[in-house]
Design a protein around this ligand. Sequence first.
Ligand SMILES: [Zn+2]
Length: 713
Amino acid sequence: MDRFVSGRFYDVMSLRLIAALEDMGVTELIVGRRRHTFLQDESAESLTFKTRGVNFVCYHFGSMTEGTTTPGMGSDIDTLICNDDVNIMSGWPEWERGRENLLMVKHVTCSPQHYRLQEARSDLPLPLTQSCHEFCVTDHDGKIYRSNTFVGQLWRQENADAPYFHAGPSHSFSEMYDFVFAYRCRTLPAECNSWFTRSRHGNWPTPEILQVARELGCFLIPDGHCFSEHNSIEWRLSPSLIERHLMFSMEDIHIQCYVTLKLLKKDTINPYLNGNGKLTSFHCKTALFYAREQLLPEMWTDDHLFDCIIYCLNLLCDWTSRAHCPHYIMDEVNLFDGKLNSEQRDSLHAILTIIIDTHLAPLAVVETDNLGVRLLHNVYTLAIWDMTPRRAVYQGITGFLSVFGNVNQIVNVRLILNDAADLSPDELCLYLHSLITQPLHQLHRHRSEQDLFRLDVVNRDSLIRYLQQHLASTSASICLQRGIQIGDMIWSWYSTAMNTDVSSTRLKLASMLYCKGDLQLAADVLEDVERRYDSTVQAICGCGRMHQLLSKPQETFTEAVNEENIDVLSTNKVAFCVRFLPQEAFCIPQILHYEMVRAVGDDIQHMHRTEREWMKWAVVDSRPFLHYLQYLTFRGLGLRHRQLQALHSLGVSIIDGLDHDQLFHPETAVHLAAHCLEMENEPDLALQGYLGSQSEIPRNNAANWHIRRLTSI
Ligand SMILES: [Zn+2]
């Protein structure tokens, strides 16, 4: 069936496929949300590194950032961490005094994509002649090279008590994440030059794209060639930033073509290969790049999607026949090396031929995201099949992105604050002040990366707000301890930090006002928080108790963010846990002091590594803390009815929070409620509360102190 005969069928099926893909979230809106979330996160991660004095830059690559995934694909998160402390020289003129210098050496044994990195002195532009650390390897030629295995060794040392996953150059503590460490090539390697200059028939990549790509440069990744005898001292060139830029220039139709290829790969092609070799997403992406370059723009229309997919499959088929899958940017590199042997390529060729000859019939049985069913049935049948409607799919993706981005934001703040754990209150103020007032490390961005630069600014402002929250609270704590007046500057820090989220800064302000004795003002602030904290607000915890990838936000939240088209990272819809450092101790009600010393005896030995980072902090979910503070404040104001109302709301917030996964520090919330019962002169009920908390969490729980307190009378 040639195109003339197949035309009508292909047109109809192309449009059905597009509708099905749109139902699965492969649309401009969702792709944009995915990109925004992951680019903002990589900017925030990089900013955190810089703030902590580490010269690393983080990049998210792959399907999550490109937006080329669907919920059913279960894509992992690929992160590259580039160490910019190291100067990677293409020649000796690029040597820099006082820096860690490594020279790129194209050894005769290196493949087109690989280099060795020769160790150089930091005081003189000369090679190192003696090994200076365990990662130096002296080769037969007497030269000293940087080993590529050190990253794995360092990872295992640093994460000794965490699970370890390792594949190629990637290391991880979870199957959902891939971390790759890299160095940045100072200049664009010659291997990429031919891509910029080769003649092209089509109009893509445009001169503008090529110009930007030239500035983005390449990384060197610790990954030797699979067939090399010296692969432990080889480093692989990776133009992943250029590839990402190319993906960002793709339109909906190209993304839909690529996602379909990946779905065929996952559900049809790789199962057919039965574990004998593997077609990768990168092979599919390479086919898309060539197809985008070679096909005329008028072919990339909705009714030609089937034709475009078949064109890509034909490219892959042709490459299997030639036993060479050319890297799009470094075409001498064969992407089949180490992935598929000759027999496996034959199998791949066979299945690709079947898919092409049957006019993509296997799409009808793709189970991922129910693509097959979506493709073959109309909207009424889909309802009978109980297929997730488009709105619910979009909500699910939006919720996932929102949780991921927001949790990471406050994890980053936790890491920065953790560095200051041993400082006195005065030292902490100086430290936070210095972080806020210095230009907070504008990241090095290429002129071409204007969007990322804007994200850097957003993240910097957001980080400043978090730091100001702690600066205000620590400074106020010092004032309350010393009985001095809280100055205008401190009030202004509270004020500018107010929009960290719906509640955490406001609650810290109310807590300080309560401790200061300004009960009416505290009540006003609490009323404001209660008004803002409507049913669409999502509780977010960055203390290791909310899973960044698997936690499901409440439906009212995702509905609001999705339907009202609010930024998925909007702080107007989230309530973070309220964190008090020991240096803020005079701004918290007495009961929370016990949370700062919750480890008793050898409890700490049984504490999870993440929890150990904040073991001296008092951390409480916003909603129960709001009602606890209301209880205290109304009690102080003599408003008995409202006091009892607050106690009731506190109980409801705990039950609702547990029912709807909105409570991440339940033991602390129970302690607050039990303390209210103590104040209600119900010590037996209070004790039951503390005992209940202890039975759920026997160790590292302040309940142990409260039980001792109540039973030792
Ligand atoms: Zn938390």
